[in-house]
Design a protein around this ligand. Structure first.
Ligand SMILES: [Zn+2]
Ligand SMILES: [Zn+2]
Length: 252
């Protein structure tokens, strides 16, 4: 019997190729515009890429938040919301041109940006992340998916998997119940809002090393709830990688 992750990976690869062809053809008719600065030429241009605040230097090994010096203990961010998996990493701070790009991806249906943003995530792949993991996007609620028409985390995960030649599965996690939007909630409220909100199928996750993919990590509450559901159902290890990271203090 075919390995389901390989089978789904192949369908995903076809989707990614179809998207590349579609956007490539449209670009010939109407050149793309940068979502960071509105200049014509690239979807996320070289200037905006250079203005992006990448997370570099010493970080907390658990939650990936920048530190003044290397640390082995939990940092202030971890004390607010500890990430329940092996480690969480983010490409860059949720600021400047990247913040605009994320906004455009989520709220202005600019899904063509996924390829450019996934390329950045792939190029700056954090060394700590396992190379053999199955990529799993954080699921949207049914209502949100219906309203938006796509899950931007899933699209990022598919493009990343394509570039990294790693399997991707969007069916490892499901929302167990509807949750209210996390916007406007503080760290404690966010944790409470998503506690137990996800379920994982033990038959699919048992003994797997899983890398959760999401667009933005604000306090880490959602990623932590996902990691808990996966680990409780037999996953071997759970890591997470997000495109953007909110600064400590943005949400208290
Ligand atoms: Zn730009
Ligand atoms: Zn930390």
């Amino acid at each position: 019997m075919a390995n389901p992750s390989v089978r789904i990976g192949n369908t995903s690869q076809l989707q990614v190729i179809a998207e590349k062809v579609l956007w490539g053809s449209l670009d010939l008719i109407l050149p793309p515009r940068c979502e960071g600065c509105k200049r014509i030429g690239e979807r996320f241009c070289v200037t905006c890429r250079s203005k992006t605040e990448y997370i570099t230097g010493p970080i907390c090994q658990q939650c990936g938040y920048p530190q003044l010096a290397p640390t082995t203990s939990h940092c202030a961010q971890c004390r607010r919301v500890a990430f329940g998996g092996s480690g969480l990493r983010s490409l860059a701070f949720h600021s400047g041109p990247l913040r605009q790009a994320v906004h455009s991806l989520k709220y202005r249906r600019n899904v063509s940006l996924c390829e450019a943003l996934a390329a950045l995530m792939s190029r700056r792949w954090p060394a700590a992340l396992p190379a053999e993991a199955v990529l799993a996007p954080v699921p949207l609620s049914v209502e949100r998916l219906r309203e938006r028409g796509y899950n931007q985390a899933e699209m990022l995960a598919r493009h990343l998997a394509f570039r990294r030649r790693q399997p991707v599965r969007a069916d490892l996690l499901e929302r167990a119940r509807a949750t209210r939007s996390q916007v406007g909630l503080n760290a404690a409220q966010r944790r409470q809002n998503v506690a137990g909100a996800f379920v994982a199928d033990p038959a699919k996750v048992k003994d797997q090393t899983i890398l959760l993919i999401d667009d933005v990590c604000t306090t880490g509450a959602t990623l932590s709830a996902c990691a808990e559901a996966l680990l409780q159902n037999g996953a071997k290890q759970v890591w997470a990688y997000t495109l953007a990271r909110a600064r400590l203090g943005e949400v208290d």
